[in-house]
Design a protein around this ligand. Sequence first.
Ligand code: NAD
Ligand code: TYD
Length: 350
Amino acid sequence: MKNILITGGAGFIGSHLVRLMVNKYPEYRIVNLDKLTYAGNLANLKDVENKPNYVFVKADICDFERIREIFSDYQIDGVIHLAAESHVDRSIRDPFSFAQTNVMGTLSLLQAAKLAWDGNFDDKLFYHVSTDEVYGSLQSDGGFFLETTKYDPHSPYSASKASSDHFVRAFHDTYGMPVKISNCSNNYGTYQFPEKLIPLFINNIRHNKPLPVYGKGENVRDWLFVEDHARAIDLIFHKGKVGDTYNIGGFNEWKNIDLIKVMIKVTDRLLGRPEGSSEKLITYVTDRAGHDLRYAIDSTKLHKELGWEPSLQFEEGIEKTVKWYLDNQDWLDNVTSGEYMNYYKEMYNQ
Ligand code: NAD
Ligand code: TYD
């Protein structure tokens, strides 16, 4: 396999995966396809943009004819599909764009791959990167999501991801397309758009702005360092069983309010403030509509079958993450001001 199409490679997880693949596999050509929505930022990839095995293509996954051209131009053998609308709060305000990108966009890629590969699936693979949110919500003491857990999505975001997972399996079952799916828990780390909990709160603490905690802050999420997710995707892409699903998670559950207090402690310390002094910024606000209570992944299958395990303890990961955002205030300022949108124009002169 030589030509790998990574969609959504300018986003948070995608940029970590592109960096890993470009550096680890000089024999592959990595084609990063991204529409550069508000969430896509090519500045995330400055360190690999001049590598000979890296190509960036600006395109919309919903543009079927353009996607067909890209499959043909680059003779794509494998797809790792991450492009999506990814923020639950946005999906509550604008469900249509989630159905459009996540469902229709995935279908457009699947159909383009099917036509390009024309029934000859030797050494071909379509890998869909999905979320644990498709499984719905667990009780506070109610076990873990397994690969066999019934789908029960609640938000427009998770409904759209569940639907795209179903389409991927349908292409496997109907046309024999080799596919793989992974469902991962909440990621944290560098280059995450500051609308998601962790970078938003670090930025707000720095600027002494309120920290909007939804409801009572009792919802539980299972947090995984983004580079560990990228390593898991690489492993599953190369070694996972075709047709299979793998859950990815770090057995690292945190109640939101407890996690927020840890972030405050670390951020205060790194800013030279008395530890915990920013707790005064905590502001309880109206709960998110349909807010899932708890997500928790059982990733035993990935551990047992492929030997994957997270490399970082949470304490180390959160320290590294807070430090990065504080040291890279320019990145945050560019993203919050919208300045980063000019990077593509400067870089590609278009
Ligand atoms: P992100 O929002 O940071 O990045 C999404 C990327 O997709 C952006 O670069 C954006 O420009 C691109 N994109 C959006 N619409 C597009 C379109 N129509 N055509 C081409 N490109 C388009 O998202 P992320 O957090 O990096 O998530 C990546 C994937 O991983 C998503 O599929 C998401 O569902 C999944 N996932 C995310 C998490 C998480 O915690 N962030 C956890 C599990 C799974
Ligand atoms: P988020 O980062 O949006 O991820 P997801 O909704 O996909 O799990 O939110 C993580 C948790 O933090 C979730 O329970 C909602 C909560 N939250 C807040 O309390 N305040 C906020 O401002 C945000 C963005 C999230």
